[in-house]
Write a protein that binds this ligand. Sequence first.
Ligand code: HEM
Length: 194
Amino acid sequence: MADTAAQKGMAVPLSAFAAGAVVALLIGVFGKVHDPTLAGTTTLGFDTVIAMKVVVSTVIGVLAVLQLIGALWIYGKLGVRAPSWLGAAHRISGAIALVLAVFVAYHCLWALGLESGRLDDGEKVAPRTVVHGVLGCVVFGAVVVKVVAVRSRRAPGWFLPVAGGLLFALLVAVVLTSAVWYLGAKGWPGSGGY
Ligand code: HEM
C-alpha cells in the first residue's frame, strides 16, 4: 500500500521533468535550425536590441531575487509572518518575470539562435555564449516544471520548492552569463558600451 502512494507521488514530478525536457529540446532545435534575422525584433527605444536585452534582463534578475525572498517568506523561512497579500504578489511578479523572459528569449532566438562552434564569419563562439544559450533553453523547461508543481494537487511536498529553486537558479544563471557579463565587460548600455 505505502509503495503505491510513493510511486503515485513520483509520477507528477517525473512527467513534469519529462515535459520540461521536451520543451527545452524543441526550443534548442528551433534555435539551431532557424535562420537568424533582426526583422521582427524591437529595441523598445534603446540604441540596440542588445542594449534592450541587457536592461530588461537586469529587471528579470531583480524580479527573480524578489521571487526567492517572497517564496522564503511564504514558507516561513524568514522568521516573520507573511502578509496576506504576499501570495498574490508572488504570482503577479512571477508572471511579469516570465513574460519579460519570453520577450528577451524571443529576441535571442530570432535574431541570434543557439550559437555554437563557429559563426558564419569563422569566428569561434565563446564558451560563455554556448552556456548562455543552452541555459536559456533549459530555463523554459524549468518554467513548465514550475507550472505543473503549482497546479498539481497530487505532487509530493518537496516538488514545489524544488521546482521553484531550480527555476530561480537557472534564470539567475542565464542573466549572469549575459546581462551581468555585459555590464561587467561594457558598462551600462549607452554609457560608451556599444
Ligand atoms: C532561449 C534561449 C536563448 C538563446 C539561444 C540565447 C542566445 C543568445 C546569444 C547567442 C547571445 C549573444 C551572446 C554574445 O555573443 O554576446 C545572447 C545574448 C543575450 N541574451 Fe540570450 N539567449 C537565450 C535566452 C535568454 C534569456 C531567457 C535571457 C534573459 C532572461 C537572455 C538574455 C540575453 C542578454 C541580456 C544578451 C546580451 C548580452 C550578451 O551579449 O550576452 N537570453 N543570447
